[in-house]
Design a protein around this ligand. Structure first.
Ligand SMILES: NC(=O)c1ccc[n+]([C@@H]2O[C@H](COP(=O)([O-])OP(=O)(O)OC[C@H]3O[C@@H](n4cnc5c(N)ncnc54)[C@H](O)[C@@H]3O)[C@@H](O)[C@H]2O)c1
Ligand SMILES: O=C(O)C[C@H](O)C(=O)O
Length: 332
């Protein structure tokens, strides 16, 4: 059997919290397959370089046969060269007194330079997952500055919100997470997000029971929403650091959906152009998506109820304001 050509995977913030969970899972072959070799381009800033050297020593000591070549660099123009995949973790996390939006001033400029670098040196087909917060607006800034990369190739991670909602439902119904389908979030990865289970169902054998028949309306519009909206903060308060293992897991789930396709709706933060839900153009918005042949599509035939429409509007307003602030910050 001939060996596959190596692909190139670039990861920013590679010395950080999420990266330490993510990189070992990627290297095990879980994401790209146990027969797909890759080059690993690890990017961080100067203070992260010693940590990266230690990480590379650990990767060596793990005997991962899929790693073709590893580089560590502070230069995104080197790190993104010929990238097939770019996972943008490199950004500052919030502290317990901040909202994700408070990070815009510090983090948005990172995505201007990285967008430019991706545009110049990555493959035009590169798939980019932005994770650093505030993730929707950072992803939008990446699309703005990565002029040569199609906007569809750059998405924001909102899969963790979807995963959290499924986990909540699993605990509420005392059913396995794998039996819960078609639950997703709309809008921003913030405390305004709206979890929509109106199309969701519990799958048992071939029997599909709508989730709206299994949980009370008061819970759906109350505790269910609030728990999802505040989950990141709750984890931060308990751990003293923001979610990392679950974020890494959501990145793998998200990329697997994008690369290998989906049977059900999944949450993806994607460019809003031409969406059928009256979200204005040029926002990165979490929509229910399906994926096929390495591309995503926004679900077309859903009928959001009045409450959901109200929440979509609230998220639009929030993201338009974040976009205004970010444009102001990043204008030349
Ligand atoms: N979208 C989501 O669901 C989600 C979930 C969890 C965390 N996050 C966000 O992901 C980001 C990373 O989280 P973490 O816990 O790994 O943080 P961390 O502080 O542990 O790691 C961040 C890393 O990024 C590096 N970095 C900073 N500026 C950089 C730059 N210009 N280029 C390259 N690297 C740079 C830092 O040196 C550090 O090593 C944060 O913004 C966090 O809020 C998002
Ligand atoms: O909440 C945070 O700041 C980190 C992340 O966005 C999360 O949802 O866990």
């Amino acid at each position: 059997m001939t060996q596959k050509e190596p692909i190139t995977v670039a990861i920013t913030g590679a010395a950080g919290n999420i990266a330490y969970s993510l990189i070992f899972r990627i290297c095990s072959g879980e994401l790209f397959g146990t027969d797909q070799p890759f080059n690993l381009n690890l990017i961080d800033i100067e203070p992260g370089m010693s940590i990266l050297e230690g990480l590379v020593m650990e990767l060596q000591d793990s005997n991962f046969h899929l790693i073709n070549k590893t580089i560590c660099t502070t230069d995104p123009f080197e790190g993104f060269r010929d990238a097939d995949y770019a996972i943008l973790l490199g950004a500052y996390p919030r502290n317990k007194n901040q909202t994700r939006k408070d990070l815009l001033g510090k983090n948005a400029p990172i995505f201007k330079i990285q967008g430019k670098a991706l545009s110049l040196v990555a493959k035009r087909t590169v798939k980019v997952v932005v994770v650093g917060n505030p993730v929707n607006t950072n992803a939008l800034m990446t699309t703005k500055f990565a002029e040569n990369i199609p906007k569809e190739n750059i998405i924001a991670l909102t899969r963790l919100d979807m995963n959290r909602s499924i986990s909540q439902l699993s605990r509420k119904l005392n059913k396995n997470v794998s039996n819960i389908k078609n639950v997703f979030t709309w809008g921003n990865h913030s405390a305004s997000q709206f979890v929509d289970l109106s199309n969701g169902y519990l799958l048992e054998g071939s029997k599909k029971t709508p989730l709206t028949q299994l949980v009370e309306e008061e819970w759906i519009y109350g505790k269910f929403q609030k728990t999802n909206q505040m989950r990141g903060k709750e984890v931060l308060l308990k751990r003293g650091r923001s979610s990392a293992g679950s974020a890494a897991n959501a990145i793998i789930d998200c990329l697997k959906s994008w690369i290998y396709g989906t049977e059900n709706y999944v949450s993806m933060g994607v460019i809003s152009d031409n969406n059928p839900y009256n979200v204005p153009e040029n926002l990165i918005f979490s929509f229910p998506c399906t994926c096929k042949n390495g591309t995503w599509q926004i679900a077309k035939d859903l009928k959001p109820n009045d409450f959901c429409k109200k929440m979509i509007k609230k998220n639009v307003e929030e993201l338009v304001e974040e976009r205004r602030i970010a444009f102001e910050l990043l204008k030349d």
